[in-house]
Write a protein that binds this ligand. Structure first.
Ligand SMILES: NC(=O)c1ccc[n+]([C@@H]2O[C@H](COP(=O)([O-])OP(=O)(O)OC[C@H]3O[C@@H](n4cnc5c(N)ncnc54)[C@H](O)[C@@H]3O)[C@@H](O)[C@H]2O)c1
Length: 436
C-alpha cells in the first residue's frame, strides 16, 4: 500500500479539461479549470461605474515591448464599460498625458475621457469629487516609493488613511530600500490586514493554470514537497531600462526580477529558514560575466552599482525541505528561459517556459516517463486582475463567487525578505561586490 493516490496519466489530463471542480475549496489555491483566458470570458456584469485609481503611468500599467504586462488592458476587459479611471497619478505628468491621449484615441475612450492627471496623491485627494471615490487602486509606481512608513515612500499608508476599505493592488517587489526597513514593510502588511482591506500583490505566476495544476496534484495526493529547484534566465538584450542595470535603483536582478521565482519557490516549499541561505554571484567584472549585447551603456553606471550576471542560492525550508534558485543574465533575443521543479515522494512536477508557453512535465509513481501538459493561451496577468476585481465585487454581493487572492501583502513581504537574504549572502561570499 502506498500513501499516494496514483492518478493515471489520462486522469490528470482529463481533470485539467474538466470545468467542474471536484476538489474541496483549498486556501491559497484556485481550481485551475476556473482560470479562463480573457477572450473566453465576458466582462463582469452590472451597470454602475467601477472607479479605479492608477498610481504610475509606466510599463506595468500601459504595456511595453519587453513583455506581456499591461494592467490597464486587463482591467478594460474585466470591467468593460463600467471601468472609469478617475485619475492617473505620476510625477511625470507628461508621460501620463501621453498614455491617456492614446487611450482616448481608441475604443476604450469611455474609461479615460474624464481621467485626471495628478502629480501626487495629495493633489488628487484635495480635488476629488464624491463621484470620483475609487473602489480600487492599482499601484504600479517604482518600489522605492512604497512599502515603508517614511514620507513619500508610504503610499499604502496614505491610501489606507484617505480611502479606508478601498481595495489595493500592489506591484512586486512590494518595496526596495535597505534591509533594515523591512520591519516597516511588515507593519504596512499589518495595517492592511487589520483594516481588512482587500489587497493583492502582482506575483502573477501564481495564477498560471500550470502552477495551480501543480498545487492540485500536491493537494490531491497529499504530498509533502521535498525540494524546489528554480532557474530564471532572462533575455538581457531586451532589457533597455538603465535603472534595471543599476543596483542603487533596482536593488539588483534577484530583488527586482528573480523575486517571481523566489516567490513561487515559497509558494510550494513554504517558509524559508533565512539563516540557512547560502549564495554566490558572478560579478560584472569577472571573466564569465562579460556581456556582448547589452542595450544600455553600462559605463555610465558606477562600477560598485553594476549588477551581478548570475546568482545561485540554496536554503532549507523551515520544515526541513531544501530550495535551490539561480538567476542568470545571459540570454539574448527576447524570450526568457525559466523553469521550476518541485519534488515530492514519487513525483516531480516541472514547470517550463511560464512566460511564453507554459508546459508542465509530471512524473508520478508507476511510470518512469513524464506526462506533458501544455497550457496554451493562459494569461496570468488577466487572472490576477480578474480575481482581484471579483473579490471586490464579492464584498458587496454575497452571491458573487470569489476565488482566492493568491498573494497577500504580508506573504509578498516574506518573498522580498528572501530575495534580500540571497543578495546579502552572495555579496558576503563575493569579495568583488559591494552592497549599494
Ligand atoms: N509583474 C510583472 O511581471 C511586472 C512587469 C513590469 C513591471 N513590474 C513592476 O511594476 C513596477 C513599475 O515598473 P514599470 O516597469 O511600470 O516602471 P516604469 O519606470 O515604466 O514606470 C514607473 C512610473 O512610475 C512613475 N512614478 C515615479 N515615482 C512615482 C510616485 N511616487 N508615484 C507615482 N508614480 C511614480 C514614473 O514616473 C513612471 O512613469 C515595478 O515594481 C516593477 O517591478 C512588474
Amino acid at each position: 500500500m502506498t500513501k499516494h493516490t496514483m492518478p493515471e496519466k489520462h486522469d490528470l489530463l482529463s481533470r485539467n479539461r474538466s470545468h467542474i471542480s471536484q476538489a474541496p475549496h483549498r486556501r491559497g489555491s484556485i481550481d485551475p479549470s476556473k482560470l479562463l483566458p480573457m477572450d473566453k470570458t465576458a466582462h463582469i456584469g452590472g451597470h454602475d461605474n467601477f472607479n479605479v485609481l492608477f498610481i504610475g503611468a509606466g510599463n506595468i500599467m500601459f504595456g511595453s515591448p519587453e513583455g506581456p504586462w499591461n494592467h490597464s488592458f486587463r482591467l478594460e476587459h474585466k470591467l468593460g464599460p463600467r471601468l472609469k479611471v478617475v485619475a492617473l497619478i505620476d510625477p511625470s505628468t507628461e508621460r501620463a498625458k501621453e498614455v491617456l491621449a492614446k487611450k482616448r484615441d481608441s475604443f476604450v475612450v469611455s474609461a479615460y475621457q474624464d481621467t485626471r492627471v495628478c502629480s501626487n496623491l495629495e493633489e488628487f485627494v484635495k480635488t476629488m469629487t464624491p463621484n470620483e471615490l475609487p473602489r480600487a487602486v492599482i499601484i504600479g509606481s517604482p518600489p522605492m516609493f512604497r512599502g515603508t512608513l517614511q514620507p513619500n515612500r508610504d503610499i499604502e499608508a496614505q491610501l489606507l488613511k484617505q480611502f479606508p476599505g478601498v481595495a489595493l493592488f500592489v506591484e512586486k517587489p512590494i518595496a526596495t530600500g535597505s534591509l533594515s526597513e523591512i520591519e516597516q514593510t511588515y507593519k504596512v502588511g499589518k495595517m492592511i490586514d487589520n483594516s481588512k482591506t482587500i489587497c493583492s500583490v502582482g506575483y502573477m505566476l501564481r495564477y498560471l493554470k500550470a502552477v495551480q495544476m501543480m498545487k492540485k496534484i500536491i493537494h490531491d495526493n497529499q504530498l509533502t514537497v521535498m525540494c524546489t529547484i528554480a532557474r530564471y534566465a532572462c533575455a538581457y538584450e531586451a532589457i533597455a531600462k538603465p535603472d534595471w542595470w543599476d543596483k542603487s535603483k533596482s536593488y539588483g536582478p534577484v530583488i527586482e526580477q528573480g523575486t517571481h521565482f523566489c516567490d513561487l519557490s515559497r509558494y510550494f516549499g513554504g517558509e524559508v529558514d533565512l539563516s540557512s541561505v547560502v549564495a554566490h554571484s558572478i560579478e560584472w567584472n569577472e571573466a564569465p560575466g562579460k556581456l556582448s549585447k547589452m542595450s544600455i551603456d553600462e559605463s555610465k553606471i558606477p562600477p560598485e552599482r553594476r549588477i551581478p550576471r548570475a546568482t545561485t542560492a540554496t536554503w532549507k525550508y523551515q520544515n526541513g525541505a531544501v530550495g535551490n534558485f539561480t538567476h542568470v543574465v545571459a540570454l539574448q533575443g527576447n524570450n526568457y528561459s525559466c523553469e521550476l521543479e518541485v519534488y515530492a515522494d514519487g513525483y516531480s512536477l516541472k514547470l517550463v517556459n511560464p512566460y511564453v508557453q507554459p508546459v508542465l512535465y509530471i512524473r508520478q509513481p508507476g511510470d518512469d516517463n513524464e506526462t506533458k501538459m501544455a497550457f496554451p493561451d493562459d494569461d496570468p496577468f488577466f487572472s490576477e486582475i480578474s480575481v482581484f476585481i471579483d473579490n471586490i465585487e464579492a464584498k458587496d454581493n454575497a452571491d458573487f463567487e470569489d476565488l482566492h487572492i493568491l498573494s497577500s501583502y504580508e506573504d509578498a513581504a516574506r518573498s522580498y525578505e528572501l530575495t534580500w537574504a540571497i543578495r546579502n549572502a552572495s555579496e558576503k561570499n563575493d569579495t568583488k561586490s559591494k552592497a549599494v
